[in-house]
Write a protein that binds this ligand. Structure first.
Ligand code: ADP
Length: 334
């Protein structure tokens, strides 16, 4: 339930839908991916065929689902949405594939979490637009070949490395999404504020963008919280001060760290002199599960150059001391 989590929350879907860019021109940042994708789509339009299969990889909240929707929109094709975890049996996939219409775009989120048999069925479907449907069990089982209409698969994964080679190879185009710069997030926020009818100063946008961890999903969520704060406090033009006061109240600090992130850093610095300290000891010190510290707090702290993982344990980097307003001791671990 962290406000700075990049995963979307169940009740957030509709709010997000309202802010999704509808075409590639409105999609902010990711210039390289946008240019390449635009070429793939244009070429397929000229050939009069459905576009090559597209794989989108990158951390949550960076725009993979949005791009899948844009691909369908730009191809003038319907979009079907499913996900790896929802496809546990080959039959689940067969049901989806056999109901696709010509040119349809099939978006499979978290494609690395599909079951093995489904994955193998997908190979053939992607390559030959055909599946073998197995009917019956054991010695009496027969397989019935079924032709599929040409379709475009858009797969999304947070970890391209987890995808088996044969699956990766069947995508004609792979786009890797990167975290957004503060400038780019400001553009995302400007667009969202326009749609939400909010009056906001340039510094107000910068303040929210700097706390958004490079992620449009988080930026839009923080903007909604700032909007609430402004509404309740009767502020009609949101400036840097309003944004920072509101987000401080939600415990999101100037670098986008939340309470958990900060308590990890503070423990590391105050209780262990900056480390090195073992992960499980650090987790006990902040009263959290080891896994929470490792998977929820650490990735962003490491990315920001605040925390280091060394063979001897976790260490606070120079930037961590600075962020906490402290001066590192002379023999700090970094
Ligand atoms: P993912 O599928 O990678 O988890 P989404 O496509 O669902 O991410 O994007 C999350 C939210 O962020 C959506 O509301 C979307 O409108 C917004 N968003 C993502 N990327 C961009 C972008 N490049 N420009 C504008 N808004 C974006």
């Amino acid at each position: 339930d962290r406000i700075v989590s990049a995963d979307n929350e169940p009740d957030e879907k509709q709010l997000e839908a309202a802010l999704r860019p509808a075409n590639l021109d409105e999609f902010v940042g990711q210039k390289r991916v946008r240019q390449q994708l635009s070429l793939v789509l244009e070429a397929s339009r000229l050939r009069g065929r459905s576009a090559d299969h597209v794989l989108l990889s990158g951390p949550p909240g960076l725009g993979k689902t949005t791009l899948a929707m844009i691909i369908a929109e730009e191809m003038g094709a319907p979009l079907r949405i499913s996900s790896g975890p929802a496809i546990q049996h080959a039959g689940d996939l067969a049901a989806i594939l056999s109901s696709l219409t010509e040119g349809e775009v099939l978006f499979l989120d978290e494609i690395h979490r599909m079951s093995r048999p489904a994955e193998e069925m997908l190979y053939m479907a992607m390559e030959d637009f055909r599946v073998d449907i197995v009917v019956g069990k054991g010695a009496g089982a027969t397989s019935i070949p079924l032709d599929l209409p040409p379709f475009t698969l858009v797969g999304a994964t947070t970890r391209a490395g987890l995808l088996p080679g044969p699956l990766r190879d069947r995508f004609g185009f792979t786009g890797h999404l990167e975290f957004y710069s503060v400038d780019e997030l400001e553009l995302v926020l400007r667009r969202s504020a326009g749609l939400m009818d909010l009056a906001m100063t340039a510094e107000g946008f910068t303040e929210v963008a700097s706390r958004s961890r490079g992620t449009p999903r988080i930026a839009n969520r923080l903007l909604r919280r700032v909007r609430d704060w402004a509404l309740v406090h009767g502020v009609d033009r949101i400036d840097a001060r309003t944004s920072s006061t509101a987000l401080d109240m939600y415990e999101v600090d100037a670098r986008g760290l939340d309470r958990l992130d900060r308590s990890v850093l503070e423990a590391l610095v105050a209780k262990f002199g900056g480390g090195p300290v073992g992960l499980s000891t650090l987790a006990i010190a902040v009263g959290e599960e080891t896994e929470t510290v490792e998977t929820v707090a650490e990735p962003y702290l490491v990315r920001e150059g605040l925390l280091g993982r060394t063979p001897r344990g976790r260490i606070a980097m120079a930037a961590a001391w600075e962020h906490l307003g402290l001066v590192p001791p002379e023999h700090a671990a970094f």
